[in-house]
Write a protein that binds this ligand. Structure first.
Ligand code: AMP
Length: 221
């Protein structure tokens, strides 16, 4: 059966790291809207040019652009057997658009994992994060350093700090999360709607291994 999952939570909760591991283990595509948007910016596409300003400020890219981008990605053949959505939906408008698409195809979401952690943990994770712009691998200066300083273990790329991981932008991203994304927890967790009861909260304060164990347990249930 096709496995369709959503990873929800504030920036810095570890969604991306866990999503990469789980998607590889289950052989489903990891669909990260942040990664796709960064690739569009890097390629200098029309979408990238439109998205760039919002991303630089730590704001959300408008729903119509993101929804159309995700629709194109989910229509690719590799998503036929399921997918892991990381960082999408991020607004009620995006959730509604996704639900309309699923209904059209007679499909459902299997589970929504909500990665939760207090702000001080999120800020520490984001400020120490380093990423590989070539293969999207994530590192952390203290908790998950690369074998060689500044060099990606996986592809040898030169690690960078994301511009939106700078303190000022991080504060705005957390504000935007609380204002626009947090309500999705109620949407997927509450009773009474078609999407209700899909949500499992994952305590994301621990190590990468501890969080991965919690993810595995929640999928067994
Ligand atoms: P992320 O890598 O998930 O932290 O995303 C980086 C940035 O890309 C966000 O701060 C937004 O500007 C943009 N972005 C990623 N996903 C979405 C989305 N679902 N809706 C709107 N903007 C998004």
């Amino acid at each position: 059966m096709a496995l369709r999952l959503i990873f929800l939570g504030p920036p810095g909760a570890g969604k991306g790291t866990q999503a990469k591991r789980l998607a590889a283990a289950r052989s489903i595509p990891h669909v990260s809207t942040g990664d796709i948007l960064r690739a569009e910016v890097g390629a200098g596409s029309e979408l990238g040019a439109k998205a760039k300003e919002y991303m630089g400020r730590g704001e959300l890219v408008p729903d119509d652009l993101v929804v159309a981008m995700v629709a194109r990605r989910l229509a690719q053949p590799d998503c036929g057997n399921g997918y892991l959505l990381d960082g999408f939906p991020r607004t009620m408008g995006q959730a509604t658009a996704l639900e309309a698409r699923l209904a059209e195809h007679g499909e459902t979401i299997g589970q929504v994992l909500y990665f939760s952690a207090p702000d001080d943990v999120l800020i520490k994770r984001l400020s120490g994060r380093r990423v590989c712009p070539d293969c999207n691998a994530n590192y952390h200066l203290e908790t998950m350093p690369p074998r060689n300083d500044g060099v990606c273990d996986k592809c040898g790329g030169k690690l960078i700090q994301r511009e939106d991981d700078m303190p000022e932008t991080v504060r705005n991203r957390l504000k935007v999360y609380r204002a626009q994304t947090r309500e999705l927890i109620g949407h997927y967790g509450a009773t009474g709607s078609a999407q209700a009861g899909l949500l499992t909260e994952i305590d994301s304060t621990g190590t990468v291994g501890e969080i991965a164990d919690a993810v595995a347990r929640s999928l067994e249930n």
